[in-house]
Design a protein around this ligand. Structure first.
Ligand code: HEM
Length: 486
C-alpha cells in the first residue's frame, strides 16, 4: 500500500541533501516510571535465552543462525572485567554487552541493494501500520526525542568521527542542511510504505544505505592516522574554530558520580583489545544509532509527548524501526528493535546505563561542537530551540545532573525549560494540542524548503563568536589533553 503524502513531493525539494551526493559519497536495571520493569526482569540485552540468541518471548523473531553472515558469539567478556563486576551485572546484561562488543567486528553488508524481496519472517503488517500511525500521532515528541538523542549518540567511540570526517555537519549551516535532510528522510519512512519500491520512503532508504556503505568503505579503507586527523575538530575540520564553552563544566559535574564508571573503563579496555578488528559503521554502531531513533520514546513516553500511547502503539513503533533497521542492513541479532516491548526497553536501559551515561564524564570539545552545531542548525527552521535548554531537558529526563549548565540558564531559558516540561509531560496529552504541534513542525519543514537562495546565503555566511577566535585555539590551550596537529 502506498500512502501519497507531502513526503512524495518533498523528495525533490531542496531540503534533501541530494541523493546523487549520497550515492557518490564514496567518497542497572532502572526503576523508570514510564517503563514496565516487571516485564523485563529476566530479559537479556538483545535476547532472553542463550548464545543461540533467539528471543524466547518473541515467537516471530529470527535466530541469528538464520542470517547468512552471522558468526556465533561464544567468547565471554572476561578479559578486563573482574569476576565480582561480572557477577554484579543485572540478569542478561553480560549477554547484551557481549553482543555489543562482538558487533563492533561485523560491518554493513557489502551491497547497495535494499533487501526488499526478502520480507523477513518476523514482519507483521498490522504492527508495522500501527507504528506508522504512532509516528504520525506523536510526530512532534518523536522528533524532539530524536534530536536530543543525538547528544547521546555523539558520546560512544566511533560515532562522531565519521560525521566529522565526512564534513557534512560541522558548521551550523552544514548541520542545518544535514539534519533537515535527515528529518525529511525519516519523515518519509513514516509517511510512506517503505516496502513499496515506488515510494519516496523506499528511495530514501536506498540513498541512505548507499551513503552508509560509501562512507564505511571510505573510513574502513583509510589509514588510522588520516582518520585521526580528519575525524576530530582538532584536525583539519577545526580551522574555523571549535564551539565548546561548556564541556569542561559538564565533565566536572559528572566526575565521580557515575556508578558504572569503573565498569566503563574496563569495557573500554575490552573494546581496545578488539581495536584491530573493529570497524566503522559496525553492526553495534548501527544498532546504537537505532536506539537513538526509538529508545527515549519507548522508555519514557510520558516525557516525550507520548504519555497517552498504548503499549501496542509503542510496540508498533518499535516494529517500524525494526523494519527500517533491517532494510538498512542490520542483522537480526543486532537489530535493536527486535523482541517484545519489555525486551527493547530493557535493552534501552542497558544502553543508557552501560554505554552512554558513563561516557558523559568524557564528553569533549568534539562532542560539544557537533552538538551545538546540530541544535543551532535545527533552530534555523524550528526557532527557539537551544543547546542549553534541550540538553538540560534531556538530562532531567534521564536523571543526569549537570548543574554547570542547568543552574546557569537565563530567565528566558528557564522559562522555555519549564514550558518544555509542561508540554511534553502534560499538555501534549490533549489531542488538539498534540495535533497543533505536529502541524507546526510539518509546516516548518514545508516552509524551510521554499526559502530563497538569499536566505541560505545569509545563514551560510553568518559568523559566530567561536569562529572569530579562529583556528584551533581551544585545542592549543589544552593540547596535552587532546590531539593537536603537528
Ligand atoms: C539505524 C541506523 C542509522 C540510521 C537510521 C541513519 C540515518 C541516516 C540518514 C537519514 C542519513 C541521510 C542524511 C542526509 O540526508 O544528509 C544518514 C547519512 C549518514 N549517516 Fe546514518 N544512520 C544510521 C546509522 C549511522 C551510523 C552508525 C553512522 C556512523 C557512525 C552513520 C553516519 C552517517 C553518515 C556519515 C551519513 C552521510 C551524511 C553525513 O556525512 O553526515 N549513520 N544516516
Amino acid at each position: 500500500m502506498t500512502i501519497k503524502t507531502e513526503a512524495e513531493s518533498a523528495f525533490k525539494e531542496p531540503g534533501y541533501a541530494s541523493s546523487e551526493e549520497g550515492e557518490s559519497l564514496c567518497a542497572l536495571r532502572d526503576p523508570r516510571k514510564d517503563a514496565d520493569p516487571s516485564k523485563g526482569k529476566n530479559d537479556s540485552g538483545f535476547n532472553s535465552s542463550d548464545d543461540n540468541l533467539s528471543s524466547t518471548s518473541d515467537t516471530n523473531s529470527v535466530s541469528s543462525t538464520d542470517s547468512p553472515s552471522s558468526d556465533r558469539i561464544t567468547s565471554p567478556i572476561t578479559a578486563h572485567l573482574p569476576e565480582e563486576v561480572l557477577a554484579s551485572l543485572p540478569d542478561g546484561a553480560a549477554e547484551f554487552l557481549k553482543l555489543i562488543r562482538d558487533g563492533t567486528k561485523v560491518g554493513l553488508p557489502d551491497s547497495f541493494q535494499v533487501p526488499i524481496e526478502d520480507v523477513p519472517s518476523w514482519f507483521d503488517k498490522k504492527k508495522y501500520q500501527l507504528g506508522r500511525q504512532f509516528g504520525h500521532k506523536y510526530y512532534f515528541g518523536i522528533n524532539f526525542a530524536e534530536m536530543v538523542s543525538l547528544y547521546l549518540l555523539f558520546l560512544p567511540d566511533r560515532t562522531l568521527e565519521p560525521l566529522i570526517f565526512t564534513g557534512n555537519s560541522h558548521t551550523p549551516y552544514k548541520a542545518f542542511k544535514r539534519y533537515l535532510s535527515t528529518g525529511l528522510r525519516v519523515k518519509s519512512w513514516i509517511d510512506c510504505d517503505i516496502f513499496d519500491t515506488e515510494s519516496v520512503g523506499y528511495k530514501n532508504l536506498r540513498t541512505v544505505r548507499a551513503m552508509h556503505l560509501n562512507a564505511s568503505r571510505k573510513l574502513n579503507g583509510c589509514p588510522r592516522e588520516e582518520i585521526a586527523r580528519r575525524g576530530t575538530m582538532a584536525g583539519e575540520p577545526g580551522r574555523e574554530g571549535v564551539w565548546c564553552p561548556s564541556y569542561q563544566g559538564i565533565r566536572k559535574d559528572l566526575a565521580g558520580t557515575c556508578p558504572f564508571a569503573g565498569f566503563d573503563e574496563a569495557f573500554k579496555m575490552e573494546l581496545q583489545d578488539a581495536e584491530a578488528t573493529r570497524l566503522y559503521f559496525s553492526q553495534t554502531d548501527m544498532s546504537i544509532t537505532q536506539f537513538g531513533f526509538v529508545g527515549l520514546v519507548l522508555l519514557y513516553p510520558g516525557k516525550f509527548g507520548a504519555g497517552s500511547a498504548t503499549d501496542e502503539e509503542l510496540e508498533g513503533f518499535a516494529h517500524l524501526w525494526r523494519c527500517i533497521g533491517y532494510l538498512l542492513g542490520i542483522e537480526d541479532r543486532f537489530n535493536f528493535c527486535q523482541g517484545t516491548l519489555a525486551e527493547i526497553r530493557q535493552r534501552t536501559a542497558y544502553t543508557l546505563d552501560f554505554l552512554i551515561k558513563p561516557r558523559f564524564k568524557d564528553a569533549g570539545p568534539d562532542w560539544e561542537h557537533m552538538s551545538r552545531c546540530m541544535v543551532e542548525g535545527i533552530s534555523y527552521y524550528i526557532p527557539g530551540v537551544t543547546f542549553e535548554v534541550s540538553l538540560s531537558y534531556m538530562c532531567w529526563a534521564l536523571d543526569i545532573q549537570i548543574p554547570s549548565v542547568s543552574t546557569k540558564l537565563t530567565v528566558v531559558q528557564n522559562f522555555f525549560f519549564g514550558l518544555t516540561k509542561l508540554f511534553f509531560c502534560h499538555t501534549s496529552r490533549i489531542p488538539a494540542v498534540l495535533r497543533f504541534h505536529n502541524y507546526l513542525l510539518r509546516n516548518a519543514l514545508q516552509k524551510v524548503q521554499k526559502q530563497p537562495r538569499e536566505w541560505h546565503e545569509k545563514l551560510e555566511s553568518k559568523k559566530y563568536d567561536y569562529q572569530k577566535t579562529g583556528g584551533r585555539d581551544h585545542f592549543a590551550q589544552i593540547g596535552n589533553e587532546l590531539p593537536v596537529l603537528s
